[in-house]
Design a protein around this ligand. Structure first.
Ligand code: ATP
Length: 236
């Protein structure tokens, strides 16, 4: 198992946001978390990335405990997080934005050129316009820059929060295809997605988070066939 979460509780003050969550991300898999707004999906990702504090429980990555390590240590161990809402440096160029993702990780600094090439291979449109400011790109292309920045630390596990937020269906499919490609190249992916059907179609395994607890889990196809998932998340 690449990452294991056990008995995890996370609180904001007196509000229990994550309750006794048990979740595994298998090496080489695309693992998806779905759930309604406010279910705690972002909180769960942020806790893995070292941006929220666990009140109880443990998180292990590659056999090592990472619970409540500072975010830069989690990143150095090979976990990269693509946040919801993109958070690009809007006045900086594509290439400068990507380089920021490399500078922040000492391990990756020596392989900056190779990592850049890998990102440009994945998203040729970014290479073509690498000198343009980030703010001049469409939402979909900005999401590509954000994912590219996350890849610049050459992570073992790429965490993506709400990949498709605000994007048109065609561009969502295009980006999901790239995620599949990355996965085929050996990267493990841990994805939060509102676009449940499309996400489960590319995933190996999925979890439903409801009000801070995992209520359903299974192989992605089993989740797609699950009547409760169909009723609540697929509108069937
Ligand atoms: P969304 O899809 O809307 O992003 P989510 O499933 O990612 O939702 P979270 O953002 O993790 O859910 O929020 C879970 C709960 O925690 C919500 O009730 C939210 O209002 C609350 N919450 C989130 N961040 C904070 C915070 N910094 N302080 C207090 N409460 C918070």
């Amino acid at each position: 198992m690449l990452m294991s979460i056990r008995n995890l509780d996370v609180r904001y003050g007196r509000l229990d946001v994550i309750r006794n969550v048990e979740l595994d991300v298998e090496d080489g898999h695309i693992t998806v978390i779905v759930g309604a707004n406010g279910a705690g999906k972002t909180t769960l990702l942020r806790t893995v990335a070292g941006l929220n504090t666990a009140a109880r429980g443990s998180i292990h990555f590659k056999g090592q405990e990472i619970t409540n390590l500072p975010a830069h240590r989690v990143a150095a161990l090979g976990i990269s997080m693509v946040p919801e809402g993109r958070h690009l440096f809007r006045e900086m160029t594509v290439q400068e934005n990507l380089e920021m993702g490399g500078f922040l990780c000492r391990k990756a600094a020596g392989t900056m050129a190779a990592n850049l090439e890998r990102v440009y291979d994945l998203f040729p449109v970014l290479k073509e316009h690498r000198g343009r400011k980030a703010k001049t790109f469409s939402g979909g292309q900005q999401q590509m820059i954000t994912i590219g920045r996350g890849l610049m630390s050459d992570p073992k596990l790429l965490i993506i929060d709400e990949l498709s937020l605000g994007l048109a269906p065609k561009i969502i499919s295009e980006i999901l295809e790239k995620i599949v490609l990355l996965n085929q190249q050996g990267m493990s992916i841990y994805l939060v997605e509102q676009n449940v059907k499309q996400a489960l179609k590319i995933a190996h395994y999925g979890y439903v988070l409801d009000n801070g607890s995992i209520t359903i889990q299974g192989n992605a196809q089993d989740l797609l066939d699950n009547p409760e998932v169909q009723r609540t998340y697929l509108g069937i």
